[in-house]
Design a protein around this ligand. Structure first.
Ligand code: BT5
Length: 335
C-alpha cells in the first residue's frame, strides 16, 4: 500500500470532515451533500478510513462518528498543520518497503522533490552506515528526507550531527526527557541507542546536487527482539525505545516537531551559522570529555574526546597528541 500527500482527495475530504465534527454523528446523506460526492463514494471512503486504523463508529439511523485517529504516519496526518516551509510538505507513505533511503534516492534527482519525505511502517532491508543492517519493525519511525542544500561540501559531515541534534530537541519537547548525543550520529537513552542517522550525498563537480537524510527512530518497538537479532553487529551497544518512557504520544507529533527543528537547523547550515549548532550538540553530548576508543579506517585510536570541529569531526587527545577523526565508530570508556 502506498499513499501520497496529494492523492486520495476524496478520502482526505471525508476524513477531515469527520475529524472536525467528531462530537456528532454524520449521516451518509449529510456527508454526501456537504462534500458533493455520491453516497456510495462516502461509504467506500469510510471503509478505507477504517481499514487505515481510524476508529469510525457507524450507528444505524445516526450515521458515522470518528472516535479515534490512526497511529499510522499517513501523509495527510504529517502535512496537516505542519509548520515547515519545505521539509515534509510532500509526504509518501509505504506500508512496507525495502528501504525508504533507496526509494528517496530514486526520487532525489527531480528538483520538484526538494523537501519530500518517504515514510514506511516497516522496512525489510533497512540500512545503517557502511551498508550495515538497520532493524526496522512495525512501531518504529523510518523516514528519509530529500534535500537540495545550498551549503558547501565541507558541511556534509556536520549535517547528520546537526540532524541528530534536531531530533534530540524534538524528543525533549515531546517527551520531556533528555536524551544524549553520541558522536557521530546517534541518540541514546541511558546509554542505549534510540535513533540513528544516515546521509547519502550526490555530488556534481564538487557541489552538492542533492542529499538524502535517513532517520531511524525506535518509537515503540520490542527492544529485546531487536537486541536479539543485532548481537555481534558492528557498533551494537544496546537498543532503547522511546515509549518505554510510559508516555502516550502520537508518532505524528514527534515527526512534525522533528521536521520543524530540522528545518531551523537546515536554515542555519545554509547560512553557514554552525557555531550555535556545535554548542548545542556539545551541551547534549555524552561523548565529549570521555575517554574513548575509536575504530577508524586507519586503525584504532584511544584517547580523550575534546570537542567537535566546525565540520563535525571529533578531536581526540591521544597521549597529548591531537587527532582529528572525521568518521568512525566510538566506544565510550569512562570520564
Ligand atoms: C545508523 O547507522 O545508525 C543509521 C540508521 C539509519 C536508519 C534509517 S531508517 C530510514 C532510512 N532508511 C534506511 O534504510 N535507513 C535509514 P550506524 O551508525 O551504522 O548503526 C548501525 C548499527 O546500529 C548496526 O550495526 C546495529 O548494531 C545497530 N542497529 C541496527 N538497528 C538498530 C535499531 N533499530 N536500534 C538500535 N540499534 C540498531
Amino acid at each position: 500500500m502506498i499513499y501520497n500527500s496529494f492523492d486520495n482527495p476524496g478520502l482526505v475530504k471525508v476524513l477531515k470532515f469527520l475529524q472536525t465534527h467528531n462530537t456528532e454523528y454524520l449521516s451518509g446523506q449529510d456527508l454526501s451533500d456537504v462534500l458533493r460526492i455520491s453516497r456510495v463514494a462516502v461509504w467506500k471512503h469510510i471503509k478505507k478510513i477504517q481499514e487505515l486504523g481510524y476508529n469510525v463508529e457507524s450507528k444505524q439511523k445516526l450515521g458515522y462518528k470518528l472516535i479515534s485517529n490512526s497511529e499510522l504516519l499517513l501523509p495527510w496526518e504529517i502535512t496537516t498543520n505542519l509548520k515547515t516551509k519545505i521539509i515534509g510538505q510532500q509526504a509518501h507513505y509505504f506500508d512496507s518497503i525495502d528501504s525508504t533511503q533507496n526509494q528517496a534516492l530514486k526520487m532525489a534527482d527531480d528538483p520538484a522533490n526538494n523537501g519530500a519525505i518517504i515514510v514506511a511502517a516497516k522496512q525489510t532491508g533497512g540500512r545503517g552506515r557502511s551498508g550495515r543492517k538497520w532493524e526496522s519493525p512495525k512501531g518504529g519511525i523510518w523516514i528519509s528526507i530529500i534535500l537540495m542544500p545550498k551549503f558547501d561540501i565541507s558541511i556534509t559531515t556536520l549535517f547528520p550531527i546537526a540532524s541528530a541534534l534536531a531530533l534530540s530537541i524534538a524528543i525533549e519537547k515531546i517527551f520531556s526527557i533528555k536524551p544524549e548525543l553520541k558522536w557521530p550520529n546517534d541518540i541514546t537513552i541511558k546509554g542505549k541507542k534510540v535513533a540513528g542517522m544516515l546521509v547519502d550525498v550526490s555530488l556534481e563537480s564538487n557541489k552538492i546536487e542533492n542529499l538524502v537524510l535517513g532517520v531511524g527512530i525506535n518509537f515503540d518497538v520490542d527492544v529485546k527482539q531487536i537486541e536479539k537479532s543485532l548481537k555481534g553487529t558492528p557498533n551494537f551497544y544496546g537498543v532503547a525505545s522511546l515509549t518505554n518512557e510510559k508516555q502516550k504520544v502520537r508518532p505524528v507529533e514527534l515527526v512534525q516537531t522533528f521536521l520543524l527543528e530540522l528545518e531551523k537547523i537546515y536554515k542555519l547550515l545554509n547560512a553557514k551559522q554552525t557555531k550555535k549548532i556545535i554548542a548545542e550538540w556539545t551541551a547534549r553530548s555524552s561523548t565529549i570529555g570521555k575517554n574513548v576508543e575509536l575504530e577508524t579506517t586507519d586503525g584504532k585510536i584511544k584517547g580523550k574526546a575534546i570537542k567537535i570541529d566546525e565540520d563535525g569531526a571529533l578531536i581526540v587527545s591521544e597521549n597529548n597528541k591531537i587527532q582529528k577523526v572525521i568518521a568512525g565508530d566510538i566506544i565510550h570508556l569512562s570520564k
